[in-house]
Structures are given as structure tokens and as C-alpha cells.
Design a protein around this ligand. Structure first.
Ligand SMILES: *Cc1c(COP(=O)(O)O)cnc(C)c1O
Length: 403
């Protein structure tokens, strides 16, 4: 068993490896630009100026610290352990993603770059990055598959209002995977002026480390807030896992405590390949988008099709650090399916007056189960985002939860 006291400075190693996971599997022409990002980030990582600027933005623009809230009525419904929510839904733009997008944009400005380039699937990362770009006066170019552009019209409008250029990707399946390829190509063609910005603790080194650093504030704040409220640490911490950024953010504050950590993955419509995105439960080691991790694969070893009602969770890979923490036994990875997530969504609306993102509802669902099993104690849930973006979907498919 690791002593997690020095864990954050020990992992990843200099090559970006968490045990056997992570690294940087890049085409030769991208090695130099990524090395430049790594060097720039390491020169700023502990700089007072950089950290002071970041703190200022978080406080005065983003609305941090976000509160920890004791969900008394939800706890009473569960009938066991007490449930607490870290309210990342109260961040500007309504989710935790702005935590790392503001960090990435600040890095870009320190590197003298003019433009932020990224891909987006459902558009959440695109909107957060476009927000960061506008706030810093940078250009923003978001690559998005044509299929997703059609499905996610409100987010496309948001990105455009915020001044971003949305580049439609018209090859292959015209969804996220092709958007990644397209964004990499655009970055390669213009890396002198631009920087590529990843939307989770995934991708080649240094992104899993950098995004964890930027999300670490969630863990630091909630540990302090929770101690202030209760005088102790929670018995368990739950967070949903897509790529794994909100989970790494909160877990990184509790790795060296006795808290049990639970990463909740989407089981979608069931266990069959293509019906879920529970990478840790059903995947095996593979390489995707330039890094090694647990990966859902088809018979030929290609990334498998994935599904969840929460579009922020449907990624066939997962952060390399989660892959490592699973093998180490420090974090347990569990699942919640669509039905369970929707039920938790409705409960939280009715019992607490909080409309959660469907992604976050997966974590709430598992916390309810855990609370029932544990008659005493406290469970802290990272409520990664608000659910305004999901209203149409829930109402069309499941109604208001009163039947
Ligand atoms: C994108 C998103 C997620 C999933 O991303 P992670 O990197 O796994 O945190 C979860 N919740 C919300 C609200 C999101 O927008």
C-alpha cells in the first residue's frame, strides 16, 4: 500500500507515467509542440505570479470557493449516512470544466499564444473554453463533428456568442473521434501561435497532470470546508467519471485520508458493448489519443462505441491516473445505469431544489446506494454540474418524475 502523503509530487513521473499508464504516444511532428507546452507549464507550475493570477480569477470571475452543502432531505430519504454535495454546479458556466479551462487559457497567455484550439463532443468543453478565451481576449477554435453540431444546437450557439469559431468536421462518423483528429491537425499547422487545450485528465503528457493540478482546488476546498462543518473527514467521496477530471479534482484532496473513494461510471442501457461507457469495469489496457489507459475495445482492439444518457461520460478511454488508482486499489470504480441516474436526478430536484447535470446524477445515485448500506457516517459527492442543458432530454424521455 502506498503512503499517499507524497503521492501528488511522485505521480506522474517525468515521462507522464502513472505506473504503466499515461505517457505520450505522439506522431513525431507533434513531439516538439507538446514538449514546449510541458516546459512552459513546469516553469509556471510553482510560480507565485501564475498561482496568484489563477487564484484571483477563481475568486473574482468564477465564483470560487463553491460551497459544500449538507443535503439533509436527500439524506433522510436515503435513510442512512449523511450526504454532502460539493457544489461545482455553482461555478460560472455551471460546471467544473471552467476550473481547467481558465488554467489552460492563463498558460496560453503566459506562453504568448493568441489562440486556443480544442475539439468538443456534446459542446460542454467547447463552451467552457470559449468562455475562458473571451475572458482573456484570446481567439478560440472548436472542432466539432457535424453530427454533434446538429444534436447540440444550444451549445453551438453559446460558443458562437462567446466569439469562438466552430469548425464542422465532415469525415468519418463525424463525431468526437474525428473532431480530435481535426483539432490535432489544426494545432500542428499553427502551433507557433496557438495551444491545444484538452477537456479532461486525458491525452498525452502533460495534460493529465496539468488538468489534475487545475482541478485540485475542488479537493482542497472541500476537505477544508468539510472539516469546518463536521470536524472530521468524510467516510466516502463519490464522483462521476467520464475522462475523470472532476473525480481527480476531488479525490486528490482525500488520497491521504481514510476516506473511501468511489468513481462512478455510466452503465447506460446495460452491459453489452455499445450500450455503456463503463471503461474501468469492462475495458482493458490500450492506447487512445496519445496515452495508455483502460480502454473499451472492439474485437480488433479499436475503441468501442459507447453510450450514456449523460453525453459528458461517453468516452471509451479514461484518465491514466484513474487506471493506476484502480490497480493500486485506492479508488473503487462502480457503475450507475441510465435509470438509476434519472431517478437520482428527479430526487435531487424534488428533495433539495437542485437540478443536477445527468453526469453528476450518476454520482448522486451511487451515494444514495452507499448511504443505505452505511447507517452512520458521511458521504461527500462532487456535484460536477447543473442540469439546465439536460432538461429537454429528461422531459422528452422521462417526464417530471411524478409518475
Ligand atoms: C464533462 C462533464 C463531466 C465529465 O468529465 P470528467 O472529466 O469525467 O469530469 C462530468 N460532469 C459534468 C457536469 C460535465 O460537464
Amino acid at each position: 500500500m502506498q503512503d499517499y502523503k507524497d503521492y501528488l509530487s511522485k505521480y506522474p513521473d517525468e515521462e507522464g507515467r502513472f505506473g504503466g499508464y499515461g505517457g505520450a504516444y505522439l506522431p513525431p511532428e507533434l513531439e516538439k509542440p507538446f514538449r514546449e507546452i510541458t516546459e512552459a507549464y513546469f516553469s509556471l507550475r510553482w510560480s507565485d505570479k501564475f498561482l496568484t493570477e489563477l487564484r484571483h480569477i477563481r475568486r473574482h470571475y468564477q465564483g470560487r470557493p463553491t460551497p459544500v452543502y449538507h443535503a439533509a432531505r436527500l439524506s433522510e430519504y436515503a435513510g442512512g449516512a449523511q450526504i454532502y454535495l460539493k457544489r461545482e454546479d455553482l461555478n460560472h458556466t455551471g460546471a467544473h470544466k471552467l476550473n481547467h479551462c481558465m488554467g489552460e487559457a492563463l498558460l496560453a497567455r503566459h506562453m504568448g499564444k493568441r489562440k486556443l484550439i480544442a475539439e468538443t463532443g456534446a459542446g460542454q468543453h467547447g463552451v467552457a473554453l470559449a468562455t475562458a478565451a473571451a475572458c482573456f481576449g484570446l481567439e478560440c477554435e472548436i472542432h466539432m463533428g457535424e453530427v454533434d453540431i446538429e444534436k447540440e444546437a444550444p451549445n453551438v450557439s453559446r460558443m458562437k456568442l462567446l466569439g469562438a469559431a466552430v469548425v464542422p468536421v465532415s469525415f468519418g462518423l463525424r463525431t468526437l473521434k474525428e473532431a480530435v483528429d481535426s483539432a490535432f491537425q489544426a494545432y500542428l499547422a499553427d502551433y507557433e501561435n496557438s495551444i491545444y487545450c484538452i477537456g479532461s485528465v486525458v491525452g498525452p503528457h502533460p495534460f493529465p497532470l496539468m488538468v489534475r493540478d487545475f482541478q485540485h482546488v475542488v479537493g482542497v476546498e472541500s476537505r477544508e470546508q468539510f472539516r469546518e462543518m463536521t470536524g472530521t473527514d468524510p467516510h466516502a467521496v463519490c464522483a462521476c467519471v467520464g475522462g475523470g477530471s472532476n473525480a481527480m479534482g476531488i479525490f486528490s484532496g482525500f488520497l491521504d485520508t481514510a476516506a473511501e473513494l468511489y468513481g462512478v461510471e455510466p452503465l447506460g442501457r446495460g452491459e453489452k458493448t455499445g450500450e455503456h461507457a463503463a471503461t474501468m469495469s469492462y475495458g482493458r489496457e490500450g492506447i487512445i489519443h496519445g496515452f495508455k489507459c483502460y480502454l473499451l475495445q472492439d474485437g480488433e482492439g479499436n475503441p468501442a462505441p459507447v453510450y450514456s444518457c449523460a453525453s459528458g461520460l461517453d468516452y471509451p478511454g479514461v484518465g491514466p491516473e484513474h487506471s493506476f488508482l484502480k490497480d493500486e486499489g485506492r479508488v473503487r470504480y462502480v457503475t450507475a445505469d441510465d435509470r438509476q441516474a434519472i431517478d437520482a436526478f428527479h430526487r435531487l430536484c424534488r428533495l433539495e431544489g437542485i437540478i443536477p447535470a445527468l453526469e453528476s446524477a450518476h454520482a448522486v445515485s451511487y451515494a444514495l446506494e452507499l448511504a443505505r448500506e452505511k447507517p452512520h457516517g458521511a458521504i461527500l459527492v462532487n456535484l460536477s454540474g447543473r442540469g439546465d442543458k439536460d432538461l429537454d432530454y429528461v422531459l422528452d424521455h422521462y417526464g417530471c418524475g411524478d409518475g
